[in-house]
Design a protein around this ligand. Structure first.
Ligand SMILES: Nc1ncnc2c1ncn2[C@@H]1O[C@H](COP(=O)(O)OP(=O)(O)OP(=O)(O)O)[C@@H](O)[C@H]1O
Ligand SMILES: [Mg+2]
Length: 209
């Protein structure tokens, strides 16, 4: 049996990741594929327990280094318990965020070397990379508006950071796409949900059986 394909969806806060993950899963299922949707941090029982440590509490609860280790630990559990077993039985996996979020948030925006983030990933998750990574791009103010309309005042530890941090994140994803054009694709996510969904399916068309 052919292994499933592994897709990750990245982008800043409120870009529409969770919306588009569900849409893409529906599109792929309509084409006859087995698909699971998962998310980071979290995605497995242990990963979700670590997610609670990461997402709650004061913005300064963890140093960048501790945070990078917690993300890498959550991801290791997620890869081992959920992602690899699914791929092994031919199921496609779509993850709402993956390693490129660590590279952007803890790495570029948090001041940790990309090489160090990737070293943790090599140790924890055997360096697993997605077959395709779709980065949803919207200006940070539109993402912030979308998230605020959804959440009201309940921002998490990451959404609460200042504008410069979010600009660094957007710039980082753009650099990853330039460095690895075969794996990482930028998707204009400023349009309506249907338009963005069409761009997503087009960006994985070459992977379809
Ligand atoms: N293309 C779009 N146009 C307008 N609104 C959208 C679009 N896509 C998603 N939304 C809405 O914007 C809000 C944020 O979308 P969603 O939760 O999918 O973003 P996200 O990237 O997963 O956010 P987060 O980073 O907080 O997880 C939701 O209320 C969603 O319905
Ligand atoms: Mg989301």
């Amino acid at each position: 049996m052919a292994r499933g394909k592994f897709l990750s969806i990245e982008g800043g806060e409120g870009a529409g990741k969770s919306t588009q993950v569900r849409r893409l899963a529906d599109e792929l299922r309509a084409r006859g594929l087995d698909v699971i949707v998962t998310r980071e941090p979290g995605g497995s029982e242990g990963g979700e327990a670590i997610r609670n440590l990461l997402m709650q509490g004061d913005v300064k609860r963890w140093s960048s280094h501790t945070e990078a280790l917690l993300f890498a630990a959550a991801r290791a559990d997620h890869v081992e318990k959920v992602i690899q077993p699914a791929l092994g039985i031919g199921t496609w996996v779509i993850s709402d965020r993956f390693i490129d979020s660590s590279r952007a948030y803890q790495g570029v925006a948090g001041g940790i070397d990309d090489a160090a983030v990737l070293a943790l990933h090599a140790f924890g998750s055997r360096g697993l990379l997605p077959d395709r990574t779709l980065v949803l791009e919207v200006p940070p103010e539109i993402g912030a508006e979308r998230a605020a309309a959804r959440d009201g005042a309940a921002a998490d530890r990451f959404a609460a950071r200042e504008r410069a941090f979010h600009d660094d994140v957007v710039a980082a994803f753009r650099r990853f796409a330039a460095a690895e054009p075969d794996r990482v694709r930028l998707i204009d996510a400023a349009g309506d949900v249907e338009t963005v969904a069409a761009g997503m399916i087009e960006a994985v068309a070459d992977l379809l059986p």
